[in-house]
Design a protein. Sequence first.
Length: 242
Amino acid sequence: MKYLMKVGELAKITGITIRTLHHYHQIGLLIPSHLTESGHRLYGENDLKKLYHILALKDFGFSLEEILDILSVVDASPKALVKLQIQKTESKLRELEKLHGQLLELQNTLIVEQNSTVDKFIEVIQMMQMNSKKYLTKEQIEELRGSFDSIPKDEMEQMEEEWFSFIALLKRCYKTKKPADSTEMRQCIEFWERFNTTILGQNDEIRNAVYQYHSEERDSVLNYGLSPELYNYLSENMESKS
């Protein structure tokens, strides 16, 4: 007679939580193969063996989704699995090398700027993030940071306060479909033009890079509320106004 186990027994034997086993069941990764007359699911020896395969693949770095695909193929090639894991490892190495280079660059920047503050540190990181997506060159970043540094502190603080008011007003205009000649949209356009002149200067390449960034980056913290939808809406109104 085959030995069958309830989920609690399997959890005790393997050290896996009942919650995890239920999750594996829900996603179709490990479904108990036996069903009692009363409708209870029981795990058999083959289920236990499959669970150990799952844990081994998980320890090897495969995601649950990848493991599900692997186990669904009867003749999955070990060579193909190793090759896939090598590719994933190489991708992670490239990411680490990129991060290492960015940290070295950040370290050099902070050494040059001996009076660095937390705000300055965050600002440099944000600039590097924008550069990592190839929107700005290193030279353009230096020019933009120089522009920031030349703005008096009180003026910058005032501009930051006005920015969030601008975003709130632009959102209302977007929701209510305000036309370009409305008072509210004129206020948004006037602020945007003044902001660009003050913050971005007269360098058209930097301006275009920042515009492209706002039109493409949906989830980045660097857009400060100016999502692609809002930016494109603003741009369309500026074009129709001109």
